[in-house]
Design a protein around this ligand. Structure first.
Ligand code: DWN
Length: 391
């Protein structure tokens, strides 16, 4: 399935960069042998993760809280060793590791984007600005010893060479250590039709089956899975060295439920494709219709996901006047490919549009709780996951 010509999802730009934008074909494939769902053409990692990476984890209060709970659970369950050591792959601005650091736990954040790593360092996190691979794992182990827990959130699916990740983890992990990561879940994406999870950074959309198949050849066993409500439906995967820990019944249950959902069948993806096309056509019709009636339409949250939606739907500034976002690194710039202005939140608050497209739909509870005034003033939300509707 192709979503067409696509720019780098987080490459918010200034007008003088409009003519130099990089595009690639955003297309996906599914392998029935290893059950991996992935994008085919993959822009170079350095084009996405660098000193001006635009996404900061701390922009969502709910996510910061979620990572506090995640970190507490890791500590209570897996950090019983004397002087334990935790490594986070892709620590971003340190919202997760901060929970370990403030308790004096030995930690290291491996983060390739220098600007977000600097923010983590500002919060007292020890960081190494680099991409994770076997060589880095060797260096860390030689320096700090084996890791009792290697953790990640919304990161492992960003790394194209999954075998290199597995090699690095297998090298760095203590004998009874655990590798825990969570990501948007393939089953949720298929169920909700949330095609906007597909963009350059998300090389894979994992399932329990595909994670099991990817890590097994490296001696790592999937020992538990836990559904998470974040990002519209995520899955937390827990892995350990083969035979080192008991495998929870949830693993087989997830594999069985994935088979029941048809995640291994081609026709599931044919239906998904039709659903994406229908969603696109309905969203375009709705927004163009409102604009033809003279209504003002803006966007809420200049997400990575919105780059897929806007470019796939060919929606531009004539359709969406501006997108409000709280991230300073995105403000006063323009959306990748479609060149819609991204404005500070004050622009939304001070000048409510008639309709606002909820691009950050995964933060709906947090956003709607603080935007009661918008609805009270007659503003309407446009949602597109799981169905296009006005609310
Ligand atoms: O995996 C990834 C996830 C975790 O984060 C990365 N590949 C990049 C990023 O994806 P995203 O940009 O789709 O994530 P979010 O969390 O849906 O982005 C929300 C955006 O909305 C941010 O730019 C902040 C903004 N926002 C806002 O303006 N007001 C968010 C909230 C909660 C708000 O109230």
């Amino acid at each position: 399935m192709s979503f067409g010509r696509m720019p780098i999802a987080n490459a918010f730009l200034t007008p003088c960069q409009f003519n130099d934008e990089y595009f690639y074909d955003l297309a996906t494939a599914f392998c029935p042998a290893c059950e991996t769902f992935q994008i085919i053409d993959q822009p170079q990692a350095e084009q996405m993760f660098h000193e001006a990476y635009a996404f900061f984890t701390r922009t969502s209060r709910a996510m910061v809280d979620h990572f506090g709970v995640y970190a507490d659970w890791v500590q209570q369950k897996f950090m019983g060793a004397d002087d334990p050591f935790v490594v986070e792959i892709g620590c971003n601005d340190g919202a997760m590791l901060e929970n370990f650091a403030k308790r004096g736990i030995r930690h290291l954040g491996i983060e390739p984007s220098a600007n977000v790593a600097a923010e983590a360092a500002r919060h007292g996190i020890r960081t190494d600005v680099t991409f994770f691979n076997l060589e880095v794992a060797r260096r860390v182990r030689a320096q700090d010893g084996p890791a009792n827990a290697i953790i990640a959130a919304n990161v492992i699916c960003h790394i194209p060479d999954i075998n290199e990740v597995a090699r690095g983890v297998a090298h760095l992990l203590a004998t009874d250590g655990v590798f825990i990561f969570e990501e948007p879940y393939l089953g949720s994406m298929i169920e909700k039709g949330s095609y906007d999870q597909i963009y350059d950074e998300h090389v894979f959309i994992f399932s329990a089956g595909s994670v099991q198949n990817a890590f097994r050849p490296h001696g790592l066993e999937l020992i538990d899975v836990m559904p998470q409500p974040t990002h519209g439906g995520s899955m937390r995967y827990v892995l350990a060295r083969k035979g080192a820990r008991r495998v929870a019944p949830a693993v087989q249950q997830a594999i069985a439920s994935e088979a029941e959902q048809g995640l291994g069948r081609a026709d599931t993806y044919e239906s998904f494709r039709s659903r994406c096309e229908r969603s696109r056509d309905e969203l375009v019709k709705l927004i163009k219709g409102l604009r033809a009636d003279g209504r003002r339409v803006a966007g809420y949250g200049a997400t990575s996901k919105s780059t897929t939606v806007l470019n796939y739907c060919h929606l531009g500034p004539q359709d969406i006047e501006f997108i409000s976002d709280t991230t300073p690194a995105k403000q006063n710039k323009f959306t990748p490919g479609t060149h819609i202005p991204v404005m500070a939140y004050e622009k939304f608050f001070g000048n409510y549009p008639d309709y606002a497209v909820l691009f950050a739909w995964n933060h709906e509870a947090e956003i709607l709780a603080k935007e009661k005034g918008y609805a009270a003033a007659g503003g309407k939300w446009i949602k597109f996951v799981p169905e296009v509707k006005v609310a």
